[in-house]
Write a protein that binds this ligand. Structure first.
Ligand SMILES: [Zn+2]
Length: 266
């Protein structure tokens, strides 16, 4: 999971979202707003809706590879995901900064689970089925928000052995709790993801060797650019970032990046 750079929205689309949000905000008491948010989101989040067509395009621009999910980077991101769940926070149902494209397993698995931080502790604010629709307890969101924070400031992807995400060592306790919670709620260490990251590692490494060999053979700039782009647009970009970040600790990578120092900026 990487920080997602905001490509921005054009004025008309931003206005469209604001007008939808206004309808939610003016729907009445909190429970009515929750109901309106869910109903209106289902109504407007359609391909035939010009605002959401653009929203989806801009969100797709933020995805790695072939529109990969903003959380797991593996499957196609085809659902507009609310970073703060719409069931709990109707005030951000139509807020651009609250969206990313996620895959079904990430979006469905998360399933409105949400926690906030209060006095350094995780407080689960998930609304149980049949529970009264009340405003959740206040607090800063516990999950790491890749549109707002750099996930690699909190997480570390182990790329030698198991390819699992772990909280970075030496984090303040609050951040460690948030990192653990994020890994858990998004199930970032699903078996299929570990296997896919391992495969991605092999692919990145092979491409980097290929680039080195072609460059040393005097390939032209267009051919090299093609190889560079292949690395830049692959799935699982976190694996690539970690190869750069951890190169000093992995002999083969240290040598490879010494031979191809330009790859440190890709
Ligand atoms: Zn996913």
């Amino acid at each position: 999971m990487l920080y997602l750079d905001d490509p921005g929205l054009d004025a008309a689309t931003a206005r469209g979202l604001r007008s939808y949000q206004k309808k939610v905000d003016s729907a009445g008491k909190y429970a009515m707003q929750v109901e309106a948010g869910k109903r209106l989101f289902s109504r407007y989040n359609q391909q035939r809706n010009s605002v959401f067509r653009v929203v989806r395009e801009r969100l797709a621009d933020m995805c790695a590879g072939a529109r990969r999910c903003g959380y797991c980077e593996d499957s196609v991101g085809d659902e507009v995901e609310h970073i703060r769940p719409k069931d709990l926070y109707p005030e951000t149902v139509f807020v651009w900064e609250n969206y990313l494209l996620a895959c079904g397993p990430c979006n469905g698995g998360k399933n409105n689970r949400f926690s906030v931080m209060r006095n350094g502790q995780l407080v689960d604010v998930t609304r149980r089925r049949d529970a009264p629709v009340r405003r959740p307890r206040s607090g800063a969101p516990a999950p790491i928000n890749p549109r707002d924070e750099d996930p690699l400031g909190f997480l570390y992807l182990e790329i030698v052995d198991a390819f699992m995400f772990l909280p970075r060592e030496g984090l303040p306790e609050v951040d460690e709790l948030r990192a653990e919670y994020t890994i858990d709620v998004l199930k970032l260490n699903r078996d299929v993801l570990l296997a896919a990251r391992r495969e991605a590692y092999g692919t990145y490494r092979a491409r980097l060797y290929e680039y080195r060999d072609r460059r040393d053979d005097g390939a032209n700039e267009a051919a090299l650019g093609h190889l560079r782009d292949a690395i830049r647009t692959s799935a699982h970009p976190t694996v690539w970032r970690e190869m750069q970040r951890q190169r000093e600790f992995i002999g083969e990578l240290r040598t490879l990046f010494e031979e191809v120092p330009e790859a440190l900026t890709w």
